[in-house]
Design a protein around this ligand. Structure first.
Ligand SMILES: Nc1ncnc2c1ncn2[C@@H]1O[C@H](COP(=O)(O)OP(=O)(O)O)[C@@H](O)[C@H]1O
Ligand SMILES: [Mg+2]
Length: 460
């Protein structure tokens, strides 16, 4: 599964021509770029020249010079792997002490090397901070936060956001599932618009009954209704000169939609109970996680308002449709929570990262952020491993199945012994909130055994 994506450069230091060629050919077949060296001295030059991700050294090319080379390069940014015959086992152990990541016994099983190599390189890069993607700053002065994304769809969004900065009056509609970053984008638009000196004001249109929402938006005059003891300014007035963010616009009561449309079009409104028009100058940004078109066809949303809002539509894709962004965001949140929680987690293990990319993310970026925070809070290792992730992510089982596992208690269901074992193990890991040491202790098995079992379940 992992084997087919060797995308890095490796130097093979091997004195024996046939072995060198066969290892080289096997690595190339997997997509690696291979440079061969016949001796440590030759290797040194090649390493300087090509700056490989990994070096594979056969200790039998001369123990002493080989170990000197290991000493020079291990612990830096290069993954050092050793090959050693039985006689050279002591030297290999010495090499590992010097910082070589691993040694393989002879005869060389190239398949075995290929199985672990990509993971080792990836893990190494994370540990040594070799790979960090640069955040894309859309400029959010208020929160001083970054909006990240390297997915082409997100880059297109950033392009539109930057363009909108020049037209402070245009209305924007942001569509996307919950947690994709709609509010963040709305703020980015506001804070990027230099012409908007006013405030960013937000309201959730689904949070209030119609009459309260109306006076919240437009304010009211003194005596407009029984409780209106004083005049009150509405959010439209407060946001004048800036931005009014209308979240969950699809939930806005239909009778208010006409009033809103009029305000957007004329930039004038009346307070509730008022007689004269008040002029405002603001940008409206609406957001929705429902399909407004469908709401229109169901007569829950006014057609004319929909078209007025839809002048500049921005669609934020769900996280599962921008896989490349997942590790970028995860790394960003790791940095963030490291600072926030005074921790020093260095990154994700390759398998944890893979899982994050396979998971469905119904709660999108918000859910990813929570998962990372939880992992950092609960764990003390320096890498986030598979076992630090919630069970539905680490095992790939849906919440439905997890629920079934939890509910089965009373009813007898005939299953095989190994299935019973599997369920017991998964339940215990869940009960221990992913803490493998605790789960293993409770189950009366070693951590190693537990890891192996879980790996097995993952694979099936
Ligand atoms: N591209 C992104 N880069 C960094 N953080 C993001 C990004 N998208 C969303 N977030 C974070 O995810 C969380 C949810 O974003 P939010 O804008 O509230 O989503 P929505 O309004 O669509 O529900 C927030 O904490 C936000 O900071
Ligand atoms: Mg929101």
């Amino acid at each position: 599964m992992i084997m087919s994506h060797c995308r890095f450069r490796i130097v093979v230091v091997e004195g024996e021509g046939t072995v060198r060629r066969s290892i080289g050919a096997a690595l190339r077949k997997e997509g690696c770029e291979v440079d061969a060296a016949r001796s440590p001295a030759e290797a040194r030059k090649t390493i300087d020249r090509v700056r490989p991700a990994a070096v594979l050294i056969d200790l039998d090319t001369g123990e002493k010079p080989s170990l000197e080379l290991v000493k020079e390069i291990a612990g830096g940014k290069i993954v050092v792997l050793l090959i050693a015959s039985e006689e050279a086992a002591a030297a290999a152990a010495e090499g590992v002490k010097m910082g070589a990541v691993r040694w393989f016994p002879k005869p060389v099983d190239v398949k075995q090397i290929l199985r672990v190599l990509p993971d080792l390189v990836a893990e190494y890069e994370i540990r040594h901070g070799a790979k960090r993607s640069e955040p894309i700053v859309v400029g959010n002065r208020e929160t001083d936060r970054f909006i990240l994304g390297s997915d082409p769809k997100m880059k297109e969004v950033f392009r539109v956001v930057n363009k909108l900065a020049a037209s402070p009056g245009s209305t924007v509609l942001i569509e996307g599932e919950s947690g994709v970053g709609k509010e963040m984008i709305a703020k980015a638009i506001h804070y990027n618009t230099s012409a908007s000196r006013g405030r960013f004001v937000e309201i959730n249109c689904g949070s209030l009954p119609s009459n309260l929402l109306e006076s919240e938006l437009f304010g009211h005059e003194m005596g407009a209704f029984t409780d209106a003891k004083t005049m009150k300014k509405g959010l439209v007035e407060i946001a004048s000169g800036g931005t009014l963010f209308l979240d969950e616009i699809g939930e806005m009561p239909i009778e208010l939609q006409a009033t809103l449309l009029r305000v957007i079009e004329t930039k004038r409104f009346k307070r509730v109970g008022g007689v004269s028009d008040i002029e405002v100058d603001l940008r409206f940004i609406a957001a929705t996680n429902q399909d407004l078109k469908q709401a229109v066809s169901q007569k829950r949303f006014r057609n004319d308002l929909y078209y007025r809002l839809n002048v500049v539509p921005i669609h934020l894709p769900p996280l599962r449709e921008r896989l490349e962004d997942i590790p970028i965001l995860a790394t960003f949140f790791i940095d963030y929570f490291n600072r926030e929680l005074s921790r020093n987690i260095r990154g994700l293990s390759p398998s944890a990262r893979n899982r994050l990319q396979e998971y469905d993310w119904p709660g999108n970026v918000r859910e990813l952020k929570n998962v990372i925070e939880r992992a950092i809070l609960l764990e003390s290792d320096d890498l986030i491993l598979l076992e630090h992730l919630p069970l539905e992510i680490s095992t790939g089982l849906s919440e439905g199945v997890m629920g079934e596992l939890a509910e089965e208690e009373d009813e007898f269901v005939p299953i095989t012994l190994s299935e019973a074992e599997r369920r017991q193990i998964l339940k215990t890991v869940d009960w221990a909130r992913g803490n493998k040491t605790k789960a293993a202790r409770t189950l009366g098995i070693s951590r190693q055994t537990l890891r192996e079992k879980l790996k097995q379940y993952e694979a099936s």
